[in-house]
Design a protein around this ligand. Structure first.
Ligand code: HEM
Length: 429
């Protein structure tokens, strides 16, 4: 037997269902909550998205059963959905992304935000099973102990830029914010669209930071071996090492931070942003394949080539990719986008486990009209979010994707009679 309880909730609560786009958030909705005694596995975390409302949290926190939530709008549409919880709130992620774009326009901080994301993720060790000890994209780089690792010199400035956004969007984790900022910076600098997902859970304290020494050195005795040691430990391969190194097409090295590079060059003495440092490329705020071209040609003393950059054209396996990327920007962009997305997921614990995609959110484009034919063409497997959307759209009009909608026989008969009438009047004359 199911217990049932009906509540009238304000629009903000009505908007929490995964399929809320079919229901106007501005309208008041009646929510009925039904419990199935057969399922007994509701955990605290699975209820935390409801927990933000004291009334509802009091109702739920002591329950041990999974709620099924039916939202009924004033227009009478209804949809069944299980409450969707995530480490980060999708709407806040979208707003944070818009704010990051503004920050980039005024601060020209693309390079340092990319480096922040990379250094949070790049501590991943695939040989460690436990989270967060395995390292990776878990936001641990926000803790002083890790920021003080020599490899992270200067990154406190990136954290300072993002902290106001973290304060504004408390529903976004640090781990997501770092990766969001990094991917947005690549895209805004003219780079490829990165197929990102979000929902990374944060490490909770400094004791969860990885030990020092997991990130690469720029000048090791044997650069190729060193790069392989470090990147293979992350589960990345030669192609990914070369593609990711292409991020040095952006930014500068500063001797007072890493010990590498000139204090200033003709390309950096006037900024933009804080002047100084040595860049790898002439246009160091534009993401393109010039990093590979410039290392290959070595025609300009003012451009930086670290030992770990140079080796990309010396080691036979790396060289194959470096040459290709110098020739073909499209291939570089494609490989970079894949490698960056992979890097951003290293070691991350996602909630929900499949992550959340924020690319086609309502704040960017109007909700798409449902066109069944669009979903039935081709043989591609649909994403989970698309399946969920289709199901919600069907259910909103009383149907289900598993069985066809009831045919309107009366309408069909009228149409047939009308067609016959037109034909007989045509041929009868
Ligand atoms: C392959 C091994 C790598 C080494 C040895 C290395 C080393 C360095 C060094 C020494 C700097 C200068 C830091 C400073 O003085 O402020 C730097 C900057 C930078 N690195 Fe790397 N890096 C590596 C890989 C990567 C990867 C994989 C990415 C991103 C996917 C990346 C992105 C950047 C960016 C964007 C900057 C510029 C930061 C700024 O201008 O503030 N690096 N890197």
């Amino acid at each position: 037997m199911a217990e049932r309880l009906s509540l009238t909730l304000p629009p903000t609560m009505a908007a929490f269902t995964a399929s809320s786009r079919i229901l106007p958030a501005a309208s008041r909705a009646r929510v009925s909550l039904a419990y199935s005694p057969s399922s007994s596995s509701a955990s605290l975390s699975s209820l935390k998205c409801l927990g933000s409302t004291p009334l509802v949290s009091r109702l739920f926190l002591n329950q041990k059963r999974s709620p099924v939530v039916r939202v009924v709008s004033e227009r009478g549409l209804s949809a069944v959905a299980t409450p969707k919880c995530a480490a980060s709130d999708p709407d806040q992620l979208r707003s944070a992304r818009a704010d990051i774009k503004e920050l980039l326009k005024t601060n020209f901080c693309h390079p340092i935000l990319i480096r922040l994301g990379w250094h949070d993720a790049g501590t991943y060790n695939k040989n460690i099973q436990e989270w967060p000890q395995k390292g990776g994209a878990n936001g641990s780089l926000r803790f002083e102990v890790e920021l003080k690792h020599a490899a992270n010199a200067g990154l406190v400035n990136a954290l300072k830029l993002l902290q106001p956004l973290k304060d504004k969007y408390s529903g976004v984790t640090y781990a997501d914010l770092f990766q969001l900022a990094s991917a947005t910076a690549i895209e805004e600098a003219g780079g490829p669209k990165i197929p990102m997902k979000y929902g990374r859970v944060d490490a909770t304290g400094p004791t969860e930071c990885p030990e020092e020494g997991r990130l690469p050195d720029a000048g090791p005795p044997s650069p190729a071996d060193h790069l392989r040691d470090v990147f293979y430990r992350m589960g990345l391969n030669d192609k990914e090492i070369v593609a990711l190194s292409g991020a040095h097409t952006l930014g500068r090295s500063r001797p007072e931070r890493s010990g590498w590079g000139k204090p200033e060059t003709k390309y950096t003495k006037d900024g933009p942003g804080a002047p100084g440092g040595q860049s790898w490329t002439v246009q160091w705020l534009k993401f393109d394949n010039s990093y590979f071209k410039d290392i290959k040609e070595r025609r300009d003393e003012d451009l930086l080539v670290l030992p770990t950059d140079a080796v990309l054209f010396e080691d036979a396996s790396f060289k194959e990719y470096a040459e290709k990327y110098a020739e073909d920007q499209e291939t570089f962009f494609k490989d970079y986008a894949e490698a960056h997305a992979k890097l951003s997921n290293l070691g991350a614990k996602f909630d929900p486990p499949e992550g959340i995609v924020i690319n086609d959110g309502p704040s960017e484009s109007a909700p798409e009209k449902f066109v069944a034919a669009k979903y039935s063409s081709g043989k591609r497997e649909l994403s989970d979010s698309m399946k969920q959307k289709i199901r919600a759209e069907y259910e909103a009009i009383g149907g289900s994707p598993d069985k066809p909608l009831p045919t309107n026989y009366f309408l069909n008969i009228i149409i047939v009679i009308a067609v016959l009438a037109v034909l007989s009047s045509l041929f009868g004359n």
